[in-house]
Every structure is written in structure tokens, then in C-alpha cells.
Design a protein around this ligand. Structure first.
Ligand SMILES: Cc1cc2nc3c(=O)[nH]c(=O)nc-3n(C[C@H](O)[C@H](O)[C@H](O)COP(=O)(O)OP(=O)(O)OC[C@H]3O[C@@H](n4cnc5c(N)ncnc54)[C@H](O)[C@@H]3O)c2cc1C
Length: 350
């Protein structure tokens, strides 16, 4: 049985079907709520509940350590009664904003032994509207999808550049190195909320793990193009130096922004061999390089355990929890918002 969902003191109301999350029901109804991983990890979709009862989808936990008092993970809750929600923010979806394209592989290069930089081009004359920090979905033959962040800034809108780490046994990433120029992929974009406010001038720390560098690169290139002036610290972590696979971009930012600080964090390199790099994990590097994060913004991107460790380090250093923004690369197939908003699905053509 469906249940009616509404937002307190607005005219928003929609139905949530059995087995559907509050988030998916909202997206299907054309209401855009903040979200990223849709798997109960990143905490982007947390929001309040004014009245009514919910339960975890398939017994999943409806809260995690990203939830404040009274908050729930909307991506993990299904209603059992009529429910009134108090989302942190919402807007009406622009149905024309998200599009599916047959993109052509323009180039595919190994940036590190286990990282491919895949450049896709859209069909001639077509443009993809997205904002720095958002991601696309590659639509697979089996109907599932894989998420990858755009590494190019939004003004380069005739294609998408992806940084893809090869996961052993991974259905898509393990075969990405075999893609050749001219191969076609079905992609849909954009997805994800833009965490950083354009008018915010507070100091910002970016913390990236491995290919978590991709959205950071998009955001920093976009900030550079828009001549944003603010104190920026970038901590980029990998096991070994080769994992920091695009130092040229970092050097460019260092030249353009005198106040730009960069810390390379190498977790598998002993201190006496690390040179200028920090020998340790990114969360340890954040603790070592930031005395006080009160009044800062932190944007973090990488694997779930890495993001959790950085979130804890940032909180210990005085960062307000609402100033921690994360994109979590939760592994595995994505349940696609495309289905949630009723958009057509097409197949991957590798
Ligand atoms: C919002 C978002 C953005 C993302 N952006 C990027 C990006 O820019 N670059 C990028 O490289 N990845 C990114 N990812 C991860 C990506 O979507 C895939 O999950 C990943 O590439 C694995 O897909 P696959 O088809 O190769 O593996 P699958 O076939 O889905 O998985 C195969 C097996 O490997 C396990 N597995 C999958 N990934 C990992 C992992 N990282 N570590 C350990 N085990 C794993 C799975 O649990 C499964 O058992 C992002 C994920 C999300 C949710």
C-alpha cells in the first residue's frame, strides 16, 4: 500500500510505493532532494521527520553517524504510515536537465598502472549540462549502472573526462582499459548535488583518496576559471607516489593560486622515504596540517572508510558537521535514479 508523503509548510505531496525509499519517491515525483551514494553511506540525503512512521528498506539501518538528532537517511527509509518530512533542502527537478547520450570514446590512457583516464565525446553539437562535483552513470548491458565523477570542468561540456580505478573482478572498471577510441558508451547525467556554495569565501580543505581526485579536479578547475579567491588546501592520498597520477594539474593550481597548499599523503611509504610527502593516511595528514578547522569547509571524496576517517578527524579539529561535504565512492552497482524518475534506459555498447 502506498503512503502519502508531504513536506511541512509547503504544497509538496507525493505517494511512496511499497519497497520504495523516501528519496526515490521524491525523485520520481519531480522533487530533488540532496543525495549522492543512495546506499546509506554518504549521509548526503539526511533530513528530518515531523510526523509519521518509517522503517528501513529490507531491514537496512535508517540512521548512521552522519545523522544529527532527529535525522534519518531518506535513501534507506520506507514509510509505514503517512509521513511529513522536513528536508534540509529541496527544489523542483528540471526534467530537461538530465539526459542520456551515446558517447564516443575519444581517448583512453593509463595515468597509473590501475587508473584509466577516459575521455568521452558527446554526439556532434550536443552539450551536457552539469556542475563541478557532479557525476554521470554508465548504463550497463544488465540494466545496472556505474557512477563516475566528471573530472573536467562544466565549461568543457562537449564531453566527459573520467578517472577510473581498475577494481579487480569489476564488471566495468576491470575492462575499461580495453576501451578504444570510437567505442560507444551509454551515459546519463548529471547526478549528485553540488555541495559547495559559489558565494562562500571561507577557507576550504579538499581531501581526496585515489580517484576521489576526479571531482576535486573539476571543482578546482572551475574555481580557477571563475577566478575564485579563497584559501585552499588539497590533501591527496594514495598508497605510493604513482597513485597521485596527475601532478601536472596540482602544479598548475600552485602556480595560479599563491595561497594554494598541497599535501601528498602516502600511506604505504615509510617516513624516511616519503620526501616532501606526508607518510600516512589522508585523515592523519589532515590532523597534522590543520590546527583548527572551525570556520572552514571540508570537501572529501573517496572510499567509505576513508571518508569516515576524514569526517572524524575534521570534527575533532572543530569543523561544524554541516560544513563537511562528501562524495563517497560506494562500490557496486547503483540503483539508478533514472528508474526513480522514469527516464528511459539504454544499454552499454562496449
Ligand atoms: C557517486 C559515485 C561516484 C563515483 N565516482 C568514481 C570515480 O570517479 N572513479 C572511480 O574509479 N570510481 C568511482 N565510483 C565507484 C564506481 O561507481 C564503481 O563502483 C567502481 O568502478 C566498481 O565498478 P565495477 O563495475 O568495476 O565493479 P563491480 O562489478 O560493481 O564490483 C565487483 C566487485 O568488486 C567490489 N568492489 C567494487 N568497487 C570496489 C572498490 N572500490 N574497492 C573494493 N572493492 C570494490 C564489489 O563490491 C564487487 O564485489 C563512484 C561511485 C559513486 C557511488
Amino acid at each position: 500500500m502506498s503512503h502519502r508523503i508531504s513536506f511541512g509548510s509547503t504544497d509538496v505531496a507525493f505517494d511512496c510505493a511499497p519497497g520504495q525509499s523516501l528519496l526515490d519517491a521524491a525523485l520520481r515525483a519531480g522533487i530533488d532532494l540532496p543525495y549522492s551514494c543512495r546506499k546509506g553511506v554518504c549521509g548526503s540525503c539526511v533530513g528530518g521527520i515531523v510526523s509519521g512512521e518509517v522503517q528501513g528498506l529490507n531491514g537496512a539501518a535508517i540512521r548512521n553517524d552522519t545523522c544529527g538528532p532527529g535525522q534519518l537517511l531518506y535513501c534507506m527509509c520506507e514509510p509505514t504510515t503517512e509521513v511529513v518530512l522536513r528536508p534540509v533542502s529541496w527544489k523542483r527537478l528540471d526534467p530537461s536537465a538530465r539526459k542520456t547520450f551515446t558517447a564516443k570514446v575519444h581517448s583512453n590512457q593509463l595515468a597509473a598502472p590501475d587508473v584509466s583516464v577516459l575521455k568521452l565525446r558527446l554526439p556532434a553539437g550536443q552539450r551536457a549540462k552539469f556542475q563541478a562535483g557532479q557525476y554521470l552513470q554508465i548504463l550497463m548491458e544488465d540494466g545496472s549502472a556505474r557512477c563516475y565523477s566528471m573530472a573536467n570542468p562544466p565549461n568543457e561540456s562537449d564531453g566527459a573526462t573520467l578517472h577510473i580505478r581498475h577494481v579487480q573482478g569489476g564488471q566495468f572498471s576491470a575492462r575499461v582499459a580495453q576501451l578504444a577510441p570510437g567505442d560507444l558508451l551509454e551515459i546519463e547525467l548529471p547526478f549528485g548535488n553540488v555541495a559547495l556554495a559559489p558565494d562562500d569565501t571561507r577557507p576550504i580543505a579538499f581531501v581526496a583518496g585515489g580517484t576521489g581526485f576526479a571531482p576535486v579536479k573539476s571543482i578546482l578547475d572551475d574555481m580557477l576559471k571563475k577566478r575564485v579567491r579563497r584559501d585552499i588546501l588539497l590533501i591527496w592520498g594514495a598508497r605510493e607516489p604513482g597513485g597521485l597520477y596527475m601532478r601536472s594539474a596540482v602544479e598548475r593550481w600552485q602556480k595560479q593560486w599563491p595561497a594554494f597548499r598541497f599535501v601528498a599523503a602516502l600511506s604505504d611509504v615509510p617516513a624516511d622515504a616519503a620526501g616532501n610527502a606526508f607518510a600516512g593516511r589522508v585523515d592523519e595528514a589532515l590532523r597534522a596540517n590543520c590546527a583548527d578547522l572551525a570556520g572552514h569547509v571540508v570537501y572529501c571524496c573517496g572510499s567509505p572508510p576513508m571518508v569516515s576517517a576524514v569526517r572524524a578527524a575534521a570534527a575533532d579539529k572543530g569543523l561544524a558537521c554541516e560544513d563537511f561535504h562528501a562524495d563517497v565512492f560506494v562500490p557496486g552497482p547503483s540503483s539508478t535514479p533514472a528508474q526513480a524518475v522514469g527516464l528511459p534506459r539504454k544499454n552499454i555498447q562496449p
